[in-house]
Structures are given as C-alpha cells and as structure tokens.
Design a protein. Structure first.
Length: 425
C-alpha cells in the first residue's frame, strides 16, 4: 500500500506545474525549462541556476527545490517538474563503511584500492600523490590527491616528466562530486587494465587514473549514506542559501570568468575568486604539465603539432555525450577535425552524442578539458555517462546499473581512447 501511495504521488508531481514552497524537509526536483541554444540558454546559466549537462530539443534541465520554480518564473523561465526525489532521510554511513548507497565505494576504499592494485601488480602499477585537497591544506581533515600510473614498467615509465618514453592516456572521475557513476567507472577500468586483455596494450602506453578528483566534495556526498548529498563543488567556502564550495570545472584558467560561470558563491557554477584559485585544480594542472609536452602555440585558432601524443578524459554524468573543446565558444579549435573524429568514434561505440558543448548543450568557460587543450595541445574529452531518465539515469542510479548498463558502454570507449592516444592527430 505504501508503494502504491508513493507511485501516485510521483505521478501527480510529473503531471503538475512546479510546486509551491513548503515547510520542513524539501524534495529535490529536476525542472524542465525552455531555453533554446544561444542567448536564452546562456542567460539561464548566467543567473546561476544548477543547469544539468542535458538537453532535449529546446529544453534544458535545472536541479532545485520547490522555491526554484518560482524564481525561474520570476526570471522569465516557465518550468515543469520532470522528476522528483523525496526529501533526504539521512542514514549516515559509519566511518568503518567501505561502501554507501548500495555499493558505491567511499574515498577510503577508493584510495585503498589504488594501494592494493600497486602492491598486487608491482610490475604494472604505481601510486602517485600529486597534491592535497582544500580541507587538508587548511588542517581540517581532507585528503591526499592520488593517481595510479599503469603500464608494463620499463626505464623512465611513470616518471613525472613530459619527455617520458610512452604516450599517456589520463582518465579522471568525480571532479563533480555527486557524479558517482564516474568514480565507479574508474575503479572498473583500473581492475580491467591489470587483469584482462587490456594489459597487453600497456607495453607501449601509460594510463593514468584519478578515480576521485574532488575528494572533499565526495566526502560530503557519501556522508548521506543511503541518501547521498548532491554536492557538486569542492568544500572551499561558505553559503547560506545553497551549497558551499567552488565548481572545479569552472575554475581552470582557460577563458576563466566568461560564459556559463557564476560570481555567486552559492551557485553550483561558482567559478572562484580567480582563475586556478582552487588547490585541486592547481594540482591537476601541475600534474598535466609534468605528463605532457606543450605542442600548441598560443591563440584560440592555433593547432597542436602532428607529433602530439596522449589524451585526457574527464568523466562526468549525465546525458550520454562525448564533448570536446572549445567549451567556452562554438569557435572551432585548430585540431577540430581530429578531435571530432575521435569523439565520433567514441560516441559510435556507446550510442552517445558527440559535439562541442555549444553544439549540443550550452557554452561554459573555465573547464579543465579546455585548459588541457589550450595549454598543452593534448586532445581532451568529457564523457557525460548515463541517460537523462529511466532506472539507470541521473546522478544516483542503483549500483547494479554500473555493471549491467554503464560499464558495457564505457569500456569500448576506453579501448578507443587508448588506441587514439598514441598518435591522436
């Protein structure tokens, strides 16, 4: 009976306009908002709404509480409820737990996994500490920032040098903390690299994996236990009317402070006080400069040289997209044809849609994938993993969806990226 009541309540929400505010714990809604590509979409982002990486024709989608619909209406954007999640009923995890929300691994488990793989496969894997999270720099807990280098080791491998002998594929998850699918994809990729036919590809390739790029944010997410907190940003800052922190994918120093980012500290796209202000972004950029040669001259239209090697993948969710630079503009890069070819090949293997962000979603500046191509000339991609609806869609799919739905799509994309990284242009 209780299940039937819940189903009728959900149907009523889906068929109704966005709800009025209520007292007490609030549900979280995904609101469908008419916002065609161009001025309308960019205005929606400028206003600081939590706009998802998802589009359906002329409609974008905004995460919010019941008051968000009223604010949208006041700003000239009508909205309707697309989906609704009930108010959070916290079941906080124990500090001894290694999983939360049905099987997703905690930060402690993720970092222990890196050590376990390196110990079990010393001929293949090396753990690299590349910095500290914001909380750790402040003496308030926090975490090391860790990567795993995986290759058939020989002289010069896994060295922090851009002149290392092998091309490098770099993969990271959970730069946006609430995108929990991506941390699990990183875990599975690591295990696959050291225990399957993929190991044979490591004789002439290094693979670097950062499973958790935003550990402070993930700590907030997992603190909810069976009701994960939808924290997107890191933990640096305070906010009285939204979530704390800086959006690490609006903080990078490529066209920082331009389109698709916010100066509002409570906005989910808050870009920080300056370009590269966040220690997590600084650490990633420093690591990339140690791993890759700079093969591209300054200027938005300059092309990287034909001898460029490597590729960088930043996994996000959701929307089923493969995105590539530029994100700050629909202007084409100097290597557009090659980037587009690689993205199309990855998308064809997964059923995703490939394109520049402005072609398929909206423009946004200060993203790490733009920075990688801008600063170094290395091809960089964002994978938005997961459908926009259905049992396995959204930010919080059941854990079983990772093995049954997402991994079968993502694994072939990894293989494609491994091959392309050797001579991308």
């Amino acid at each position: 009976m209780r299940t039937a009541v819940a189903l009728f309540a959900c149907l009523a929400l889906l068929l109704s306009p966005a709800p009025a505010p209520a007292e007490g714990p609030q549900a979280t809604y995904v609101l469908r908002v008419p916002a065609p590509k161009g001025d309308s979409a960019q205005r929606l982002l400028r206003l600081g709404y939590d706009v998802l990486e998802q589009r359906d024709g002329d409609d974008l989608f905004v995460v919010g509480d019941p008051r968000t619909s009223q604010k949208l209406r006041a700003d000239g954007f009508p909205s309707t409820v697309e989906t609704a999640m009930p108010p959070s009923q916290r079941s906080p995890r124990s500090l001894a737990d290694t999983t939360y929300y049905g099987g997703y691994r905690t930060i402690t488990a993720q970092f222990a996994h890196l050590d376990e793989v390196a110990q079990a496969h010393p001929d293949l894997a090396t753990v690299v500490d590349y910095g500290d999270s914001w909380r750790k720099t402040q003496g308030g807990g926090g975490h090391d920032l860790k990567a795993l280098c995986i290759t058939r080791k020989s002289a010069g491998d896994c060295a922090l040098s851009p002149t290392a002998p092998k091309p490098r594929l770099f993969v990271m998850g959970q730069l946006h903390a609430r995108e929990i699918t991506t941390g699990d994809m990183a875990w599975r990729f690591i295990d696959d690299l050291v225990g399957s036919d993929l190991t044979a590809m490591l004789s002439d390739l290094e693979v670097w994996v950062v499973p958790i790029a935003n550990p402070d944010g993930v700590e907030i997410v997992e603190s909810g236990g069976d009701s994960p907190v939808l924290q997107r940003k890191n933990a640096n800052g305070t906010c009285t009317s939204g979530s704390r922190g800086v959006d690490l994918n609006r903080n990078a120093g490529s066209h920082w402070g331009e389109v698709g980012s916010s100066t509002n500290k409570c906005s989910e796209t808050y870009r920080g006080t300056r370009a590269d202000s966040e220690v997590e972004v600084q650490a990633l950029e420093s690591l990339w400069r140690k791993l890759y040669r700079d093969t591209r001259a300054p200027g938005d239209t300059a092309a990287a040289s034909a001898d460029t090697t490597g590729a960088v993948i930043s996994m996000h969710s959701y929307g089923d997209y493969v995105l590539f630079p530029w994100g700050w503009s629909t202007q084409k890069t100097g290597n557009d044809a090659a980037l587009r070819k690689m993205a199309d090949e990855q998308a064809a293997l997964s059923g995703f849609t490939a394109g520049q962000p402005g072609e398929v979603l909206y423009n946004a500046s200060g993203a790490t994938d733009d920075w990688v191509y801008d600063d170094l000339g290395v091809p960089s991609f964002v994978w938005e993993i997961g459908a926009s609806s259905g049992r396995c869609g959204g930010f919080l799919p059941p854990f079983s969806c990772q093995k049954d739905v997402h991994w079968p799509k993502v694994r072939p994309m990894f293989v494609s990226a491994m091959k392309a990284a050797k001579q991308p242009y």
